[in-house]
Design a protein around this ligand. Structure first.
Ligand code: NAD
Length: 310
């Protein structure tokens, strides 16, 4: 089974390494020249829980250099890079190529449907985390899990055996009927913490220490919940609020600056259009006003613009 990681950044290289180490046929494709060169010439340096596990020569290409057909494509770019990436690797799909997508945010199924049949889309959400310590260097901590669902549930056998095989490598995937609910719950949390921490310029603990944080949280979540329900998802606002509260203590995620905060600080474009921006877009379709998400999306874009983020 030929597995391609399309986007071999923080998360892609972590999962790719786990499968490669378990003797799977893994290939990386990435547009970042320095990263590609480093992995090709010196191997991917893997540091997990501060332990240097060595360098791993996982085949890696730029999209224009790669050919052949792949059975599974694990997409692992940022949300706004998903469509351009799919365009550049679509020649690598065959009739039954499965795509696994655990990107943060909302709306990815619509994009993926333009490239493969719905029964070949495995959509989900993960709480694994990962980072890069520079080109060619994977630095990660802890463990995690993945919830996954085949969008159109016909011929599930291949998906279930894929899940089993990936679990042999430690990915800890659970096939879940509730994956869409979990995607919305995680997106709801990100619509609150990613954006407010970025706009207020604080970590999660500092956000939680403001006595009226629940007012801010609910201003966003009331919209997320209404729009999610209009989409047919059983969004449970109290679960999202609780998940957010559980992040506040320093011993959980309190000291953490969310990924959108880090993207903003590092001069990169953010995933806002797939969080609050997608809630606004869907709100318009369902005639649900989303003034808070509208303004937050504009504020994040204005900050990207002023910072000249790319
Ligand atoms: P990343 O920026 O580290 O990796 C993305 C990679 O995709 C980069 O190496 C980039 O060069 C590559 N890329 C961009 N355009 C491409 C293209 N056209 N073709 C091929 N490669 C291309 O991002 P990440 O942190 O790995 O995040 C990926 C997704 O996973 C995001 O949606 C993120 O929100 C989500 N996520 C990340 C984490 C985490 O801890 N890193 C945790 C949960 C979810």
């Amino acid at each position: 089974m030929k597995i391609l990681f399309a986007g071999a950044g923080a998360l892609g290289s972590r999962f790719g390494y786990m499968l490669f180490k378990n003797n799977e046929d893994v290939t990386f494709v990435d547009t970042w020249g320095e990263h590609v060169e480093k992995i090709r010439n010196k191997g991917l340096k893997v540091i997990i829980d501060e332990v240097d596990l060595g360098n791993f020569y996982i085949p890696i290409y730029k999209p224009e250099q790669i050919s052949g057909k792949y059975d599974v494509i694990f997409v692992a770019t940022k949300s706004m890079q998903l469509r351009p990436m799919l365009e550049s690797v679509k020649h690598l799909f065959h009739e039954d190529t499965k795509i696994i997508c655990i990107l943060n945010g909302l709306g990815h199924v619509e994009t993926l449907k333009d490239y493969v049949k719905e029964e070949n889309i495995l959509i989900g959400v993960t709480v694994w985390t990962s980072g890069l310590g520079g080109p060619g260097i994977l630095e990660a901590h802890g463990t995690g899990k993945i919830e996954l669902k085949q969008v159109k549930e016909i011929n599930l056998d291949r998906t279930l055996s894929l899940v089993e095989r990936f679990n042999d490598a430690g990915l800890n995937i659970r096939y879940s009927e509730n994956a869409f609910q979990s995607i919305w719950h995680k997106a709801g949390l990100n619509c609150v913490l990613n954006t407010y921490c970025t706009l207020i310029d604080c970590n999660i603990n500092q956000y939680g220490s403001f006595e009226k944080n629940l007012e801010l949280t609910r201003a966003v979540l009331n919209e997320v919940t209404a729009v999610g329900r209009a989409e047919g998802i059983d969004v449970k606002q109290e679960i999202i609020e609780n998940n957010i509260k559980n992040c506040f203590p320093l011993e959980t995620a309190g000291a953490h600056y969310p990924s959108l905060y880090q993207d903003m600080k590092n001069g990169r474009l953010t995933e806002i259009d797939y969080l609050n921006g997608e809630v606004s877009r869907l709100g318009k379709i369902h005639n649900i006003p989303t003034p808070v998400c509208d303004v937050i999306t504009l504020m994040i874009h204005s900050k990207e613009f002023i910072n000249n983020n790319k």
